[in-house]
Ligand binder design. Sequence first.
Ligand code: NDP
Length: 448
Amino acid sequence: MSDFDYDLFVMGAGSGGVRAARISASHGAKVAVAEEHRVGGTCVIRGCVPKKMLVYGSMFAEELGHAENYGWDIEGKSFDWKRLRDFVNNDVDRLEGLYEKTLQSHEVDLFAERASIAGPNTVKLASGREVTAKKILIAVGAWPAMPDFPGVEHCISSNEVFHLEEKPNCLMVVGGGYIAMEFAGIFNALGSEVTVVNRTDRILRSYDEQIVDRMLHIAMGRGINFKMHSKIAKVEKTDDGCLLVDLGDSNPLRVNQVLIATGRKPKTDGLGLENAGVAMDEKGAIKVDEYNRTSCQSIYAVGDVTDRVQLTPVAIREGHAFADTVFGNNPRTVDYDHIPSAVFTQPPLAGVGLTERDAKNQYGNVKVYSSDFRPMKNMFNPHAERGHYKMIVDEASEKILGIHMIGPESPEILQVAAVAVKAGLTKQAFDDTMALHPSMAEELVLLK
Ligand code: NDP
């Protein structure tokens, strides 16, 4: 008989926590999970999944325009935000149910309440009950970081954007990262007037600058307004429910919603970490070693709460590696090199490996191959939007250091190209591969 109630207590049923719970249970551990919101976490409930569905929903606006050019008459077309919103949220409910079933089928006990650390092997639930476990895994994720200005309480974050009563006619988006650019694209496509307010003139900082410039050019062509080097001084709510946004420069802007997307911070407030000596960094992220172990021997952490790479597949790998290491007798670490990523703007952009600037800084002599082309799909696009693919190659070894692209379906194409970059292939390997014609992806084997 164990001295503890459980072998493993997982705090947080998001992507990392659920994977860790399921795999640990399959290794024979007795597992419990506590979740204060909904099973599925950010990705499933208020992130990647519903966002991508909104992207798909919003893309019909453009596709319907193309359809008419291809000979289809579509009479009486109109858009109903509530129908899209409810369809998306119903699917989120379905996925939440599937996640719960996964936990049940692995005999993981679920506590639908907040948990905090009471000691190295003790968790305190919101109900007051204390539960002990041989190991504790903190997988509570991150939360939108809201800046401090008068009237910020009138603004929304990505948590609320999926539940809006009305589609905003006029939307301000604050920030220049993933969430800002993706929602600017969604609401622009749905017909809202969108203004992006960014504190510098750089957006999507980690992506290749040329690709981002193309994205900006296309976004402006589609009517998204950008106010660079700007920040909100205050927001006031008017009697008719609109928001007056003072940017400190000219007349206040009148909008229906202000979406704040200025990063996400680890959700460590009030978690009781001090009760077990779990150390954090200056940003409030839990410090872990390569095996996800915190400064307390019995407590581990994975996912956004550790602020290593805030991406779902990374949290899942970390959760899996934790379970194999601690309960599967198979110590494993996560390889953080060459993580592909994408921004689901319209069109989307995607990248893997080093950007041109980083490659030049690290390797000195690099070759850049590119293709700047008009996708056949865009034949009827009134703005003549062009795709751009880039491959960065180390001149000495001829190995590919990075691939970056913008254009329709680029995340789908990049995922496969990332295998080649990860495998250390050279540009010659791409040149040796026959083109698949006609496709956009063939540009990758025809780069000059
Ligand atoms: P990001 O880190 O992507 O971007 C934050 C943006 O806000 C940057 O432009 C940053 O500017 C700006 N900013 C930061 N602090 C302030 C401030 N105090 N005032 C004004 N502007 C500020 O964060 P997001 O919130 O967009 O997304 C959070 C995370 O979620 C991402 O890092 C990503 O890992 C993940 N995510 C991934 C997606 C995907 O894979 N497609 C989609 C959505 C989210 P600066 O550059 O100057 O620092």
